[in-house]
Design a protein around this ligand. Structure first.
Ligand code: HEC
Length: 189
């Protein structure tokens, strides 16, 4: 390819500029905080607002409690439109039923048939539901709707009070149904 003298000059200049940038980069990075002059330190309140994960052990569950009857009201008002009146009709994901179907040709994966932990229900519902207004439910509302879903899936009796103590000890029906991948290239702890 033919290059004019100007184009050649441009290429050489460009390479030179790139080298200078590479050479100064570690120096700039070494100078530590504030060198980029963008953004600011996150405040404690902001970090707290982002730090909403609930682990399978229940670590991170907030104070508060919920009941099946209150959950029925929360569910009817904020969830039923997408998940159906009893959690089985849709139009979105089924949340109730499906137990005993996982080993058939038509597995129905729901909270009751598939999820290994009850605690992560709190995490998911608070974080992502209702789809149109995530993180809008109070802790008592989330605990209650979790209680309702567990009751509808025949996992807890109707009078169970769900809170940070009772939720982690619930054993989900499919808890033992997960196996490690045996392929040698899969990372194992
Ligand atoms: C506007 C529709 C809509 C509303 C309202 C809504 N959801 Fe959902 N929900 C969805 C959709 C869509 C998914 C699937 C999301 C995905 O797979 O990423 C979902 C997934 C879920 C799941 C995960 C199911 C699974 O097994 O993967 C749960 C649990 C859930 N919703 C609970 C609720 C609860 C509780 C409420 C009410 C507080 C609610 N949803 C309100 C649309 C909705």
């Amino acid at each position: 390819m033919f290059m004019s003298r100007y184009q050649a000059c441009g290429v050489v200049f460009g390479i030179g500029l790139g080298l200078v940038a590479l050479w100064t980069l570690p120096v700039v990075a070494d100078e530590g905080e504030g060198v980029y002059h963008i953004g600011r330190q996150a405040t404690g309140a902001e970090i707290q607002a982002w730090n909403i994960d609930i682990s399978p052990t229940g670590e991170g569950l907030p104070p508060g409690q919920g009941t099946v009857s209150r959950g029925a009201a929360v569910y009817a008002a904020t969830c039923a439109v997408c998940h159906g009146a009893t959690g089985m009709e849709g139009p979105m994901t089924k949340l109730v039923g499906g137990q005993g179907t996982l080993t058939t040709n038509h597995p129905v994966k729901t909270v009751g048939s598939y999820w290994p932990y009850a605690t992560t229900l709190y995490d998911f519902i608070y974080r992502a539901m209702p789809l149109t207004a995530p993180q809008s439910l109070t802790p008592d509302e989330v605990y209650s709707v979790v209680a309702w879903l567990l009751f509808r899936n025949r996992i807890i009796p109707e009078n169970t009070v769900i809170d940070a103590k009772t939720l982690p000890v619930i054993r989900m029906p499919n808890r033992g149904g997960f196996v490690s991948d045996t392929w040698p290239d899969v990372y194992r702890r």
